[in-house]
Each structure stands twice: as structure tokens, then as C-alpha cells.
Design a protein around this ligand. Sequence first.
Ligand code: DX5
Ligand code: ZN
Length: 215
Amino acid sequence: MKHIQIAPSILSADFSHLADEISALKSADTIHLDIMDGHYVPNLSFGYPIVRCIRKLTDKPLDAHLMVTNPETYIEPLAKIGIQWISFHQDTVFHSHRLVHQIKSFGIKAGVALNPGTPVNTLGAILPDLDFVLVMSVNPGYSAQKFIPNAIDKVHELNAARDRDALNFLIEVDGGVTGETAEFLRAGGADILVSASYIFSSDDYSKTIEILRGN
Ligand code: DX5
Ligand code: ZN
């Protein structure tokens, strides 16, 4: 059986005890960083100073999810900090192909995020260049929102396109992921599950991560 990667989003972590929170995520595969600019989404989260601190707190790969209107200006600073994965929202750029290759030029995995209202077929020509697709199962901006089920259909559609065209991108799903929704996402072919509130509201993060993996 394939290993389902779990990427806890620290958006729901207790930032006054960030070191403890991060060290409690030992069984996570990557750490998901929700970077919001208060413009593309109606919320602000954190920027480079916090990302730099997180980089010092863990050796795990860091996965930056850019919810910003000008993602191209974030790539080099994040590369310098030592990020391993970056996704940007498809509707924030004119030249997605250029940005994907800019990200890859730093040796960083490149992904495009799809909002709940954006269909999979808008990715067509860029799919072969992507390391991953980030399927949003909530509208970006906040944690602890309700899962929007059309994400499951998108996961199926992406999985079918990947098989049909022998592509290698991974499918990451973000928003409202719980023990219940994770089951459908795993069955549909998702590879990486992001979760904030479900993990951080639990008593035992490792146990919750195993539930999300289906173990
Ligand atoms: C939403 C963020 C998500 C969010 C997930 O804009 O991209 O990563 O933190 O939170 P939960 O898992 O609570 O839905
Ligand atoms: Zn996210």
C-alpha cells in the first residue's frame, strides 16, 4: 500500500509554543505553511521571520502554500530560507509555466493550487511540468472550515489523468481534512493530506496523523 503523506498546517498551532508544537509533529512527512497576504485572501498569517524560525525548529521538508497576489516575488526569499515545496494559486499569475520553472530552478518542488470553483481542466497544458497539484477543499483563507465535496471528484479526475498520460505529479488536498473525509480522498488517489484544525485540536498529534493515513 502506498504511503500517504501528512502535512500538518501550523495555521492552527499555538504560536506561543511553536517549538513544542513543531516537535509534537514527529510523525508528519512535511510541514505545511499557509502564507497569506490579506489581499488574495481576507486573512493575514505570517511571513519570512516566522518561516525562518520554523526552518530552525525542524529538519522536515517545508511546504509553502502561497495565498498571495504576487507569488513570483516570494520564490527567491523562500528558497534562501530553505523551503522544499511551493504552491501558488493559478489565478494569481499570468505566466504559470514561467513561475513553475522559476520555482524548479531552485530545486524546489512546484505545485499549482486549485480553488473549489476552479475546474481541473484549467491545468491541462501545465500538468506535465508540475510536481504536485494542490486541490483546495475549502475556500482559502481560514482553517476549520467545512469540507467542500467537489474536491473528491477533482482528485478522481486528476488521478485518472495521471494514469492516462503516465504523469508523475502528486495530488495534495487541503481544507476540512478529517478522519472521515481522508478516507474518501485516499480512496480517490490523493497522496498528501494537509490538516490544521483536526490535528491541532486533538490530544495526540501522532495518533491523529496515523488516523489520517488510514492506519
Ligand atoms: C486554508 C489553508 C489550509 C488550512 C487548513 O486557507 O490553506 O491549509 O490551514 O485548515 P483545516 O485543516 O482546519 O481545514
Ligand atoms: Zn494550505
